[in-house]
Design a protein around this ligand. Structure first.
Ligand code: AMP
Length: 187
């Protein structure tokens, strides 16, 4: 199974990705977690990403596309995966499709966790990450609408979009995702 999880900051992508990882036993790549680790380890990727992540801006598409490419061509990824926080722009989504074509793989579903803005803000402020300050969260929410929401239509047109009400308890969200995955054999 190959899945991407989309949603604004605080939508619950990480929580759901982690649950799905345990249920489906497929490797999960969280670009946000990997970037934060790269920043704290001061790797070249971390040094490049740091100013963007700290301000709530998106890291350059070229950097992210190259990064995901290296991850997904690894043999351990050939059986399936789950991407948390990628793609986040139309360019990333298109390049992901090109890469999958090249690898003769298919994306099964893009899962969208739909959560109202005020809830995204409240949940993000309940965390204590340095990029969860109010003005930065607001920027991340704005960028989510400008850059990531258009991708929903991209996946909708390809009949790959599963929209889930993300404004409910984590267990219920999990149930809904699993039900929809089972009810909709991917094409
Ligand atoms: P997240 O934990 O997924 O909200 O990501 C935290 C931060 O990492 C974001 O605010 C961006 O600065 C950066 N980031 C994560 N994934 C991407 C991506 N696919 N494209 C660009 N920037 C990203």
């Amino acid at each position: 199974m190959r899945l991407v999880i989309l949603g604004g900051p605080g939508a619950g992508k990480g929580t759901q990705a982690n649950q799905l990882y345990h249920m489906l036993q497929i490797p999960c790549i969280s670009t946000g977690d990997l970037l934060r680790a790269a920043i704290s380890d001061q790797t070249p990727l971390g040094q490049e990403a740091r100013p963007y992540v700290e301000k709530g801006e998106l890291v350059r598409d070229e950097t992210m596309i190259e990064f995901i490419r290296k991850e997904l061509i690894a043999p351990a990824m050939s059986k399936g995966w789950l991407l948390d926080g990628y793609p986040r722009t139309a360019f990333q989504a298109e390049e992901l499709d090109f890469l999958l074509d090249e690898l003769a793989q298919l994306l099964d579903w893009a899962i969208y966790l739909n959560v109202p803005n005020d809830v995204l803000m409240r949940r993000s402020l309940g965390r204590s990450r340095s990029d969860d300050r109010p003005e930065i969260v607001q920027r991340r929410i704005d960028l989510f609408h400008q850059r990531t929401v258009p991708i929903l239509e991209y996946y909708e047109r390809r009949q790959k979009l599963l929209t889930i009400d993300g404004n409910q308890a984590a267990e219920q969200i999990q149930q809904e995702i699993l039900q929809k995955l089972m009810a909709n054999p991917s094409s």
